[in-house]
Design a protein around this ligand. Structure first.
Ligand SMILES: *Cc1c(COP(=O)(O)O)cnc(C)c1O
Length: 424
């Protein structure tokens, strides 16, 4: 396999003689066939091909194929958002009456999806601390557990998942580990190498990298043996009546999980990415490896500066030697800990808000991971539906400022932070 830098630039799309060098935007809802018989084969999943862009579109498939190669996966699909990716990834194997073990240190939107919305759909979640003991992790499993879920680098708590440990526990119980790899990206960590079975992304973040298009992706390693645990996964291992009795796991092998998510969930829920968004995503991917390096370098410098500043109460960045997750970062993130740093300003919630107001380069935005530096106060925005106890469990204190360090000069960023802190 090529180096990830080469895959970022050239993966997923290989034009033939005389074809467009850049991925073409196939802005078409539908595709033409000569006979009804040809089309019928597509509907029965007997032949591969495009017929309606709610299910599959060539532009989207090129971007998905690139991300699949970057992760070292077997198959992948794009979704319209990271939320849709995580929902599909879990709901594809856990439905009403099932249970999932999840790290408590996850994105606020994912927590809400799991703890509130999917709970209403009959899927129960048990949340465990990312640094839980083996016994605590073991105790979270139930006979109806169907998956384990965590984030490589959690947004916004910045804990680093012990992927090997969570994968081992999942596999002891015959279920896959799903890892949201949004903040690390495959440039910094490839969860499949550590035993994860399925990876999800909000491509909205570093992959897009320019705050231009919402999107998501699901990648399957193809490593999980569904048939070996057939009683747990009837959706994959018994015939699907809505496709003339196809059994995904026997018919599609390593493609079973993504085929089912496309054929059932995308068909029925329709969280379809637009070809235009997939094109923008692919443009972002072409420079991801270069940008991640700079994001990491800038964030490391900012984190080290903040750590020594008298007006800062605490800093969390796993690239810092004193960070509680530093050992995990050394293992899983040897090339850097992404561009996001969180910290508390002395003086708590009010001081955090004053500091943020005075930043000139760092804009207040409900976003992370694009070229421009931005910041957010999660307790009053993304996590505001949580009570104080839930905030603590999610690793988000009331004074936490999340700074997404962009691609500007690190000297300018540090000067901007210093003048904003001087205003306190
Ligand atoms: C942003 C984010 C999501 C949700 O993605 P959207 O593209 O905003 O729907 C999921 N997981 C993580 C870790 C995120 O940062």
């Amino acid at each position: 396999m090529s180096h990830i830098d080469t895959i970022c630039v050239q993966g997923g799309y290989h034009p033939g003689n005389g074809e467009p060098r850049q991925v073409p935007i196939i802005q078409s809802t539908t595709f033409k066939y000569d006979t009804s018989e040809d089309m019928g084969k597509l509907f029965d999943l007997e032949a591969e091909g495009y017929f309606y862009s709610r299910l599959q579109n060539p532009t989207c498939d090129h971007a998905a194929a690139k991300i699949c190669e970057m992760e070292g996966g077997a198959t992948a699909m794009l979704t319209s958002s990271g939320q849709a990716a995580n929902f599909y990834a879990v709901f594809n194997i856990a439905t009403c009456g099932d249970h999932v073990v999840a790290s408590s240190s996850i994105y606020g939107g994912t927590y809400n999806l799991f703890a509130v919305t999917m709970k209403k759909m009959g899927v129960e979640f048990t949340f465990v601390a990312p640094n839980c003991t083996d016994e605590e992790l073991e105790a979270a499993f139930r006979p109806n557990t169907k998956a384990v879920f965590g984030e490589t680098i959690a947004n916004p708590a910045l804990t680093v998942l012990d992927i090997e440990k969570f994968a081992a526990a999942a596999h002891r119980h015959g279920v896959p580990l799903i890892v949201d790899n949004t903040f690390a990206t495959p440039v910094l960590c490839r969860p499949f190498q550590w035993g994860a079975d399925i990876v999800t992304h909000s491509t909205t973040k570093y992959m897009d990298g320019h705050a231009s298009a919402i999107g998501g992706c699901i990648v399957d390693s193809g490593n999980f043996d569904w048939m070996a645990h057939a009683e747990k996964f009837p959706g994959l291992c018994t015939p699907d009546d809505s496709y003339h009795g196809i059994t995904y796991a026997t018919r599609f092998g390593k493609g079973a999980y993504i085929t089912k998510a496309t054929a059932q969930l995308m068909r029925d829920f329709g969280s379809t990415p637009s070809p235009q968004s997939a094109f923008l995503l692919n443009l972002g991917l072409e420079s991801l490896h270069v940008r991640m390096q700079r994001h990491c370098e800038n964030a490391q410098a900012v984190a080290e500066h903040l750590q020594n500043h008298e007006k800062i109460a605490w800093v969390r960045y796993s690239g810092l030697e004193g960070d509680p997750y530093h050992a995990q970062a050394v293992k899983y993130l040897p090339n850097g800990s992404c561009g996001v740093v969180s910290f508390g300003v002395k003086g708590g919630r009010a001081a955090a808000e004053t500091f943020m107001k005075h930043l000139k380069l760092g804009a207040i935005a409900t976003h992370v991971a694009d070229a421009r530096t931005c910041c957010l106060h999660p307790a009053s925005s993304t996590h505001r539906q949580m009570n104080d106890q839930e905030l603590i469990a999610a690793g988000v204190s009331a004074d936490l400022v999340r700074l997404s360090v962009g691609l500007e000069s690190k000297e300018d960023l540090i000067a901007d932070i210093d003048q904003a802190l001087a205003a306190l």
